[in-house]
Design a protein around this ligand. Structure first.
Ligand code: ARG
Length: 472
């Protein structure tokens, strides 16, 4: 492309804001300015905003009833065109707002030009984007609830399935599979609660702030706010057109949720490995290798694990876009949408795939039980027994237990397979009763403190969540 090409003027199209311009923008200007390629996703929200605005203008005699009727009909037609995929999106009209207004003009003529009375694209885009984010948060709410209920069902089916609990990814103490599932349920419940907080805070309407300072027309901002499902109009017009913290907060919620998804994904990757074989995933959530016929790869889990990267990236992108921006609107803010669109799509897919995988996974009970018994996982139970039955200080009990573990290791036995005489050679006070705490099941079952891993506790938590999820 030559320099003269770059600056070639295209006077064929008159821009809507072109009154004081003598020529159309150069191609490079057009290329950097155009956003219809992505902000067409705001079409539905843009039309809802315009319908509310037009109704308010007519109610307050700012436009006529006839204009309102024409605008309503035109916008409904446009809605249908967009749904049918026949709407003629064009780069010439920059963004979704001007595309729709331009089309409205084709359809209803002059009345289309009255729709923009008392508003600006600045409050229009702020409103559209808020509606879009809010719509998506509502969608996430349902998805998170679905994932929670998948985890709950899996937990309910495995309240007494014993598995190894880890610290440092080293065998620590036996836990129940249901308990492990409920740990994730708790995380996603907090994500959902964070999301609901964010929704509440963002549910104020920017429409009517106009360009930045408000408008001299006798508009009714309460009416448009209510019509669009907002709790109230935003109370500062400068803030209304400049604020994007609602999107930042939604992205933060998404990023935290994505980290939770990534942790569960990582566990699934580990658990499905040949070394662990803790769970099995069906063909629905695994793929084969093009070269190694024996392979069954947990690709879905790996991809969800990775999604946190782009979601966190989106939060970083938008934070940096907003950093240092003076009030009020700056075109920088057109860069707010793509990261949010991309991040939300990624999270939505991740939540759906995770709910599917949780439902799909089958714990391998035998393997989990064997693994739970390995690596002297009930050593703490032995120490606790010494404290309780022999009144030994915990530090001494810890030492005695260590000696007994070393003995078991030498004999190649698990703790519950050691002879009583051998244990007594280390601590003469040990009696036959000790065996009642040395199996993984006994160990888990003894942990009945509130929130503990005992099947009896897990059953209680399952019941509590069943109740809680009924009243989503
Ligand atoms: N496409 C623009 C955006 O997304 C709409 C607002 C344009 N406002 C303006 N003053 N040029 O931010």
């Amino acid at each position: 492309m030559t320099g003269s090409d770059n600056t070639k003027q295209n006077s064929a199209k008159q821009k809507m804001w072109g009154g004081r311009f003598s020529a159309a923008p150069g191609e490079l200007m057009q290329a950097i300015n155009v956003s219809i390629g992505f902000d067409r996703r705001l079409a539905d929200q843009d039309i809802r905003g315009s319908l509310a605005h037009a109704a308010m203008l007519a109610k307050n005699d700012i436009i006529s009833q006839q204009d309102l009727a024409d605008i309503q009909k035109g916008l409904k037609d446009i809605q249908a065109e967009i749904a049918a995929g026949s709407f003629p999106f064009t780069d010439e009209l920059e963004d979704i707002h001007l595309n729709i207004e331009g089309r409205l003009k084709d359809k209803i003529g002059e009345a289309a030009g009255r729709l923009h009375t008392g508003r600006s694209r600045n409050d229009q885009v702020a409103t559209d984007f808020r509606l879009w984010v809010r719509d998506y948060l509502d969608h996430f709410d349902g998805q998170m609830t679905d994932l929670m209920s998948a985890l709950l069902d899996k937990a309910a089916a495995h309240t007494d399935t014993i598995m190894p609990g880890f610290t440092h990814l080293q065998n620590a103490q036996p836990v129940t599979f249901g308990h492990h599932m409920l740990a994730y349920l708790e995380m996603f419940a907090r994500d959902r609660s964070r999301l609901r907080d964010a929704r509440k805070r963002m549910n104020e309407c920017p429409l009517g702030a106009a360009a930045l300072a408000g408008t001299p027309y006798p508009i009714d901002r309460d009416m448009t706010a209510k019509e669009l499902g907002f709790d109230r109009p935003m109370s500062n017009s400068l803030d209304a057109v400049s604020a994007r913290d609602f999107a930042l907060e939604a992205l933060s919620v998404a990023a935290i949720c994505a980290t939770h998804l990534s942790r569960l994904s990582e566990e699934i990757v580990i658990w499905t490995s040949a070394q662990f074989q803790f769970i099995k995933l069906s063909d629905a959530f695994t793929t084969g290798s093009s070269i190694m016929p024996q392979k069954r790869n947990p690709d879905a889990a790996e991809l969800i694990r990775a999604k946190v990267g782009r979601i966190m990236g989106a939060l970083t992108t938008l934070t940096i876009v907003m950093k240092g921006l003076p009030l009020a609107y700056s075109k920088d803010m057109q860069e707010d949408k793509e990261p949010v669109f991309d991040a939300f799509d990624a999270l939505s897919l991740g939540l759906a795939a995770m709910a599917g995988m949780v439902r799909d996974m089958e714990p391998n009970k035998d393997r989990l039980a064997d693994s739970a018994a390995a690596a002297y996982s009930t050593a703490t139970d032995l120490a606790d027994w010494l404290v309780r039955k022999l009144n030994m200080p915990f530090r001494d009990a810890h030492h005695v237990t260590g000696t007994i573990v070393a003995l078991a290791e030498k004999q190649g036995k698990t703790l519950d397979a050691l002879d009583l005489a051998d244990m007594q050679s280390v601590e003469p006070g040990i009696s036959d009763d000790v065996y009642s705490v040395l199996t993984p099941l006994a160990s888990a079952a003894s942990r009945t403190s509130y929130g503990g891993t005992a099947p009896s506790e897990v059953v209680k938590q399952v019941a509590r969540w069943r109740d809680a999820l009924k009243s989503v």
